[in-house]
Design a binder for this molecule. Structure first.
Ligand code: CP3
Length: 344
């Protein structure tokens, strides 16, 4: 029988010998191997070619042996199913962003198999490649998507530059249309995640990076209902779910009620307090500040150990950062963090 990977045990709050570790955005520009590929290909080409996306996913696996791989893709790829044309520079650029309720009405519904035909092949490539590089207990493949609210932020504002004020204004001026937009986005996310699940991923992470910019009342009214629906439908497939919500300590009690198996907290939240509040309802993932990886490797090792020492021994915990790895992060510190967890 296949050994259950540490990540899956931690997600189920089962006792484990040590916490699993992986890092959000573990593939990308801080790695020379990635930058070398970027000399020849655009980011979208890397995402859309099964061979290249497989290679990029494996780069951090080969370099650091974390306890999980995360599919190389982007939360905006499924926008093409709505007829939104995406590009990256390196931040997202949408040729036809949502500006009016008419734009919401005009969104298309193109089957995800047509717009992301590469996803299934990347996952099946990874399923056969990963055992060559990871021990059974570290062999888990994470698929992911954005959350409805965070994707709506990008569909309207495209960049975080103005803290998505345009999205909040749209929601206030055209609430009915905004809810329709969320519904259309949610359907596409669900199709995208089901495609990944059918292709064989072991767990799902939903990125609600911008959840925290909403006051709680608006969060509960706008962002929460489609997220709950999404989680409920994905859970029917019996796949563990990690929910990452940025700057969300004011939302934490509601996040614990979503049914997500793990809540991924950012660096502004107190890890010990999160364990206490979670009371075993969900495991916790996080939350070293990505900027701290610019400290020396010795310092990173200390900081990582301090973080690990905060966990109650009987709680499900996944060591990670509080947000994605920053560009130019020293590779030696990434290695120091991962090795420190693995030596526990
Ligand atoms: O973790 C991994 O290894 C998987 C890779 C991954 C990418 N994007 C690759 C990427 C993941 C999990 C994402 C998710 C994603 N994309 C999120 C949620 C997580 C978060 O950070 O909040 C968001 C908000 C996006 C949208 C997005 N894509 C932004 C804001 C940017 C610009 C980022 C930047 O650092 O400038 C992208 C582009 C992007 N996505 C890059 C990579 C490697 C850089 C593109 C390049 O190489 O030019």
């Amino acid at each position: 029988m296949k050994d259950t990977p540490l990540l899956i045990k931690a997600l189920k709050n089962e006792a484990i010998e040590r916490p699993p570790v992986w890092l959000m955005r573990q593939a990308g520009r801080y790695m020379k191997e990635y930058r070398d590929l970027k000399e020849k290909y655009t980011f979208l080409e890397l995402c859309q070619s099964p061979e290249l996306a497989t290679e990029v996913t494996l780069q951090p696996i080969k370099a650091f042996s974390p306890d999980a791989a995360i599919l190389f893709a982007d939360i905006l790829l499924p926008f093409t199913s709505l007829g939104l044309e995406i590009d990256f520079n390196p931040g997202p650029v949408i040729q036809n962003p949502i500006r009016t309720p008419e734009d919401v009405n005009a969104l298309k519904q193109i089957p995800i198999e047509k717009t992301c035909p590469f996803t299934q092949k990347i996952i099946s490539n990874l399923k056969s490649e990963l055992p060559n590089y990871l021990e059974p207990k570290s062999n888990a493949l994470i698929g992911f998507s954005g959350a409805p609210w965070t994707l709506a932020c990008y569909a309207i504002d495209q960049t975080p530059y103005k803290h998505f004020a345009g999205t909040k204004v749209f929601a206030a001026k055209h609430k009915k249309s905004f809810i329709e937009l969320l519904d259309k986005i949610t359907q596409v996310i669900e199709d995208y995640l089901l495609l990944q699940i059918e292709a064989g991923i072991d767990a799902v992470q939903i990125f609600d990076s911008w959840a925290g910019i909403l006051p709680k009342e608006q969060y509960l009214e706008l962002a929460y209902p489609p997220l709950l629906r999404l989680i409920e439908n994905i859970k029917k497939k019996n796949i563990p779910i990690i929910l990452y919500s940025g700057s969300s300590s004011h939302l934490f009690d509601s996040l614990l009620e979503t049914g997500a198996d793990s809540i991924s907290i950012d660096s502004t939240q107190d890890l010990s307090a999160a364990f206490k509040l979670a009371k075993g309802k969900a495991s916790i993932q996080g939350n070293l500040d990505p900027a701290l990886l610019f400290s020396s490797p010795e310092e990173v090792e200390k900081l990582t150990q301090n973080m690990l020492d905060l966990r109650p021994k009987d709680a499900g915990y996944i060591a990670n950062l509080g947000h994605g790895i920053l560009q130019k992060t020293p590779v030696s510190s990434v290695k120091a963090m991962i090795d420190c967890v693995k030596n526990n």
